[in-house]
Design a protein around this ligand. Sequence first.
Ligand code: G6P
Ligand code: MG
Length: 216
Amino acid sequence: NKIGVIFDLDGVIVDTAKYHYLAWNNLANALGFEFTEAHNELLKGVSRVRSLEILLEIGNVQLSEEKKQKILVSKNEEYLSYIKKMNANEILPGAEKLLNTLDGLGVKYVLGSASKNAELILNQVDLYHRFYGVVDGNAVSKAKPDPEVFLIGAKKLNLPPKNCIVFEDAIAGVEAANIANMTSVGIGDRETLKQAHFNFNSLTEIPEDFFRKFIV
Ligand code: G6P
Ligand code: MG
């Protein structure tokens, strides 16, 4: 019985969540309202367009379609200015070791991210070549918690969803994995991600033999 792994990117492999937060926070401040870290949790794993909608709901701000399009472009420009300075030092602790473990077990892994910048980010940190496949925001039409991104990932792995293990830091992502009938592993705050089947504060806490119970 074969297993495969699907990794979320932002907040699991790399700490880009802080750059998203910086850019959204600057935008909220420019629009004249407070945007807290708790608010930011709601944007994690969520597509760019949907993130803006949620942010505007939080601020109770209404904007024209035209203005929203402009904001989406400038938010991404600011975000990209941070991304372009990234290097392999920004790979989150435990990530490379985990990939090494999977390589050693012969377990394939793909990326399952809502980000349209996923390939760029993976290249910045020199991890792109290690993934068996990449499913990103350009490949999906429905944002997490819709399971589409992970179901496409399972297809790439050529495995049924129940044989896939998803690593996620976002509430929406854990939900998507659960709806897809996959095993969800929440990385981050246990209380926030209580819907996950397994929880770890960071990838460094995953025991060496974690995958043994799935390989039968
Ligand atoms: C990830 C992040 C979200 C982000 C989304 C889209 O899922 O967790 O916070 O909004 O990707 O990212 P993008 O790079 O396309 O703006
Ligand atoms: Mg994430």
